[in-house]
Write a new protein. Structure first.
Length: 63
């Protein structure tokens, strides 16, 4: 049996950059929607992502 090699490539950009982009994209998408559940869900995801960025910053050693 031949094993597949695991994809070990890393996504482009740092973790923080990817989180920042996700939060910005979520907010932009939410602003395009009318008020409602879908818009609130996107805004919540953006806020949660920003919280993750803050916690990540606390856990990082001094730069």
């Amino acid at each position: 049996m031949i094993k597949k090699k695991r994809n070990r490539s890393r996504p482009p950009g740092s973790f923080e950059d990817r989180l920042q982009k996700f939060a910005e994209d979520s907010r932009i998408a939410a602003r395009k929607l009318p008020p409602g559940r879908e818009r609130e869900t996107l805004m919540k995801k953006a806020r949660q992502t920003e919280t993750v960025m803050e916690v990540s910053e606390w856990l990082m050693p001094n730069k």
